[in-house]
Design a protein around this ligand. Sequence first.
Ligand code: GDP
Length: 453
Amino acid sequence: MVLAELGSSLANALTKINRASKIDEKTLQILISDIEQALLSADVSTKLVERLKANIREKLRLSELPAGVDVKRVIEKVEITNLLDSKRKAYIPKRGKTNVIMFVGLQGSGKTTTCTKLGYYYRVRGWKVGLVCCDTFRAGAFDQLEQNATKARINFYGDRNEVDPVKIALEGVKRFKEKKFEIIIVDTSGRHKQEESLFEEMEMISHAVVCLVYPLHQKKKKPNDTILVVDSTNGQQLEAQAEAFRKRVDVASVIITKLDGHAKGGGALSAVAVTQAPIIFIGVGEHINELQKFDTQRFVNRILGRGDIATIVEELKEHKLDDQKELMEKIQKGIFTLRMMRDQFQNILKIGSFSSIMQMIPGLNNLPKESEDASQQRLQNFLVLMDSMTAEELDGDIALIETSPSRQRRICRGAGVHVNFIFELIMVYKPFAGFAKNMKNMPFAKNGEMPKN
Ligand code: GDP
């Protein structure tokens, strides 16, 4: 995945610290320079890298460090988590109210696709969603959004004959508001580059929508949420783009798209730092369900190669597959057997979108993103392996298989796969089991959310 390379160079740099017998000025200097190299080659802007270096220096004044300070943790927090965290809190739509969400971004960033993905995200969770197409600039935007909306079964408003995007915004938001739609997504025009006309149009739409939604509240000057969509493949230019948008509209949140591709991704991180707006979702594919809610700590876990089991479990829970309650209860007791993993992998097969889920599995997440078919095949190999295990192996300790080459050979022969696959399966299983052990005695949030791993 994008940023995986950055993650593994940062993880390598941090591992060096573990190996060092003592942390002196020289070790720290080498570490900072390794981190600098990793960030710069991932396209993180030089300005941001300088700032982060100064932060690390500030936090790690060796002469003042109390004994026992975990330097690795401090750096992880300062360097990586700060890259992604913003001071501002994300807007949370309110049920039963009109929530107007305006999308802004350059042409090609994935704005239109993401509008539908976000609409779909809320629609499947039971919200009443409407999409308004105000992109009168790009030929084909109307048809694209209309088709996407139909596929996603979301209500759509647009006017093929109207050239004034402000009029369309006014009419669309008015109609949806009258019908008590809760989430109204307004897709604005993009341009190839930041141009004055684009920003003027954005400001006018924003103002018009506000006058309509809050006629009596003159103080309000912006939609509930203004989301800037940034394309992670745009590299170093993204920082300047984000800065230009931030100056003209109140960018309240960011969605980074195309994180499934081969881009380095650091430019998107620099854009986020400039806007100081939280990343709320990431786009990880072209399909409508390839939008993932963003959580900084989980993402850091993922790029540092620790996988993101909490998101996998939540994803399975959201799809309301039958046995999730039992799964949660067992995980809370620290139990996670191969049989449970087999059941969950079968569920993943039902959900589809294997490749993005595979990217969250520890041990597999540093592999380049595979095609859907290749991921499905890998998952199926795991399933046939587990199908050729005895009940004792499925429910017992993994050591039973791990320490017995004859069992390993028997299982692989039965499954008709190369013996290497059993090692891959064990490598995938162990972090899951470790995750469950850590969950033991950890309170789950009242709303049933997983704690962060
Ligand atoms: P807009 O001009 O900003 O509205 O961009 P579009 O929504 O038309 O998207 C441009 C291209 O990017 C399309 O081919 C989309 O399918 C693609 N796209 C959008 N989001 C993602 C994503 O998260 N991953 C990938 N791989 N492609 C994406």
